[in-house]
Design a protein around this ligand. Structure first.
Ligand code: ATP
Ligand code: MG
Length: 268
């Protein structure tokens, strides 16, 4: 069966939408002498997944942390649901690149933590946490501690925690980097299902071009430090096709190649 996969190169200046839930306005970030980000303008819609792709050190994690309200921007501002971000909030959930689990707490408590912060009672938060622990395939590990898990399992705890808080905006920083290839593909399918099922706004970071093209509605290519938006690509994938049909489709592979060519200029 033929699929219809193509990519549209969008004009970065013309991405304004009325359905934007996250608005990034002229964001710049310096850490002392290091200029990490410069002049970032982006909007993120509900029900869509946008991937940030770019060389190591171009500021992807920094941008997610600024949107999360964990790190202040040097210039510009972020609006979420029309309100300027001044710190973290329950409408935004972060899955960290380096897990960031509480080492002294069990898997169950880690997953339930966001709900604890929201003041939800023990029985209800444990019920919700168990549901998402099962969803990421970790049933039976509820009482284990992070050091008793593999890297990929810890990442799954982070994903379950982000889903459990039922945030409007999910900030996913390389959530699958420590997961083996088989589980990674399964997670990609789960992620697509969640994007379709729950009308949330997904910001995703990965170093895998294939993964980016497979899961994204839109891919933002960033230049090396200081990170600037260099190109925006919108893969349009016919999701009615089977995963292995999509992954072998010429149109899909062409988009992967096109992005590779775009990033190649930055490779050493
Ligand atoms: N807390 C910090 N203090 C000083 N410099 C920082 C800090 N965090 C990040 N940086 C610097 O800012 C730049 C961007 O870092 P960031 O972690 O955002 O990049 P990244 O695109 O996520 O990279 P990677 O793909 O390797 O995860 C880097 O040069 C990094 O050294
Ligand atoms: Mg990073």
């Amino acid at each position: 069966m033929a699929t219809s996969i193509s990519a549209r190169v969008a004009n970065p200046a013309a991405t304004t939408t009325s359905d934007a839930i996250v608005e990034v306005r002229d964001i710049g970030k310096r850490y002392g002498d290091i200029e990490a980000l410069r002049g970032i303008n982006l909007e993120f819609e509900r029900g869509k997944l946008t991937t940030l792709l770019g060389p190591s050190g171009c500021g992807k994690t920094t941008l997610l942390k600024i949107i999360a309200g964990l790190v202040p921007a040097t210039s510009g501002d972020i609006r979420v649901n029309g309100k300027v971000v001044t710190g973290p909030g329950p409408e935004r959930a972060f899955v960290f690149q380096d897990f960031a689990l509480m080492p002294w707490a069990t898997v169950l408590r880690n997953v339930a933590f966001g709900l604890e912060l929201k003041g939800i009672g023990l029985a209800e938060r444990n019920r919700t946490a168990r549901h998402y622990i099962a969803e990421v395939g970790l049933s039976g590990f509820e009482e284990k501690y992070p050091h008793e898990l593999s890297g990929g399992m810890r990442q799954r705890v982070g994903i379950a925690r982000a889903f459990a808080v039922n945030a409007d905006v999910l900030l996913l920083d390389e959530p699958f980097s420590a997961v083996d290839e088989q589980n990674r593909r399964k997670f990609q399918e789960d992620l697509l299902m969640l994007v379709e099922k729950e009308r949330k706004t997904f910001l995703f970071v990965t170093h895998s071009i294939e993964e980016a093209v497979y899961v994204s509605d839109r891919i933002v290519l960033l230049s090396p430090r200081p990170g600037r938006v260099s190109q925006i690509i919108e893969p349009s994938i016919d999701r009615s096709a089977a995963p292995d049909v999509i992954r072998r489709d010429k149109g899909y592979l062409d988009v992967v190649e096109e992005i590779w060519q775009g990033l190649r200029q930055y490779a050493e």
